[in-house]
Design a protein around this ligand. Structure first.
Ligand SMILES: Nc1ncnc2c1ncn2[C@@H]1O[C@H](COP(=O)(O)OP(=O)(O)OP(=O)(O)O)[C@@H](O)[C@H]1O
Ligand SMILES: [Mg+2]
Length: 150
């Protein structure tokens, strides 16, 4: 599915809507260039998930945890040098745990990701504020989410 967002406000609305649909165990992968809007949309997804804290980029921490209506694990694997470092983080407890995982730069750790997941590629448009989201759902659960997003 392809969705065009004209500006920040539309990104925020979309993020909140998606956040409301997410459930325990969901894996959401975000890809796109530096400054594409991965962290920005995560903030809104967090609002949709009931996170009241301010979500910041986990670039240095690799992972930040938040309490929404369910736990939210926000990854940014940009600085990961080897996918094996994920073992030190205990990543599988998050991926196969009781919360929602949102992973920036997920394409860098593709082979470590659960097969079932939602993948969103964010591309900048012609204007500074325009974005296009390319959304793919792998697995039954995510096909449902995508249907509800339409
Ligand atoms: N429609 C939009 N959607 C998302 N971000 C937008 C939009 N319009 C403008 N922006 C701006 O683009 C920037 C996106 O930065 P952001 O940190 O979210 O990107 P990122 O993909 O997380 O980058 P990085 O790879 O460095 O983590 C922000 O400054 C945001 O305000
Ligand atoms: Mg970011």
């Amino acid at each position: 599915m392809e969705i065009r967002l004209e500006d920040l406000k539309e990104t925020e609305e979309f993020g909140i809507k998606l956040g409301k649909l997410l459930k325990s165990g969901d894996i959401l992968c975000l890809n796109g260039d530096l400054g594409a809007g991965k962290t920005t949309i995560t903030k809104s997804i967090g609002i949709g998930l009931g996170v009241e804290e301010y979500i910041t980029s986990p670039t240095f921490a690799l992972i930040n945890q938040y309490r929404g209506r369910i736990p939210v694990y926000h990854f940014d694997v940009y600085r990961l040098e080897h996918v094996e470092e994920l073992y030190d983080l205990g990543f599988d407890e998050y991926f196969y745990g009781d919360g929602v995982c949102i992973i920036e730069w997920a394409d860098r750790i593709e082979k470590m990701l659960p097969e079932d997941r939602i993948v969103i590629d964010i591309k900048k448009g012609n204007s500074n504020s325009e974005r296009t989201l390319y959304i793919h759902g792998f697995g039954k659960r995510y096909e449902e989410v995508i249907k509800e997003l339409k």
